[in-house]
Design a binder for this molecule. Structure first.
Ligand code: BTN
Length: 121
């Protein structure tokens, strides 16, 4: 399962993962279809790492977003699978922490969910 390429999730967000180096770290670019802010959405870089790069496995991975239009941070963790038609798919859980004014507001700082990305290219 190869993480490199163009991916789209069920919300219509697009993500490009760039060539993995042999050590496991990778970078990429994310264009979210939705936002919890009232800002204009901008494409944003991401930094991640995967297990067992180069091996023929269904590797786990994680990446962190550096949003260019939001103060929040989002981390995705998941695994790459190949379906019965040979199509690659990423299943991931994400956790978003939004900047809040004080520690008293942390109860409302987080959102979480799952994303399924299919390979488009
Ligand atoms: C923000 O609103 O603070 C930044 C954008 C967050 C978009 C989230 S990340 C998890 C979920 N999956 C997506 O593709 N977009 C939303």
């Amino acid at each position: 399962c190869d993480l490199q390429g163009l991916w789209r999730n069920q919300l219509g967000s697009n993500m490009t993962l760039l060539a993995l180096n042999t050590a496991g770290p990778f970078s990429g670019f994310y264009h979210t279809a939705v936002t919890a802010t009232n800002k204009q959405i901008l494409g944003s870089p991401l930094q991640g790492a995967q297990q067992h790069p180069g091996a023929k496995r269904h590797p786990t991975f994680g990446f962190t977003m550096h949003w260019q239009f939001s103060d929040s941070t989002t981390a995705f963790v998941g695994q790459c699978f190949v379906d019965c038609h040979g199509k690659e798919r990423l299943e991931a859980t994400w956790l978003l922490w939004e900047e809040v004014p004080s520690h008293r507001d942390t109860w409302k700082a987080t959102r979480a969910g799952t994303s399924i990305f299919t390979h488009i290219k």
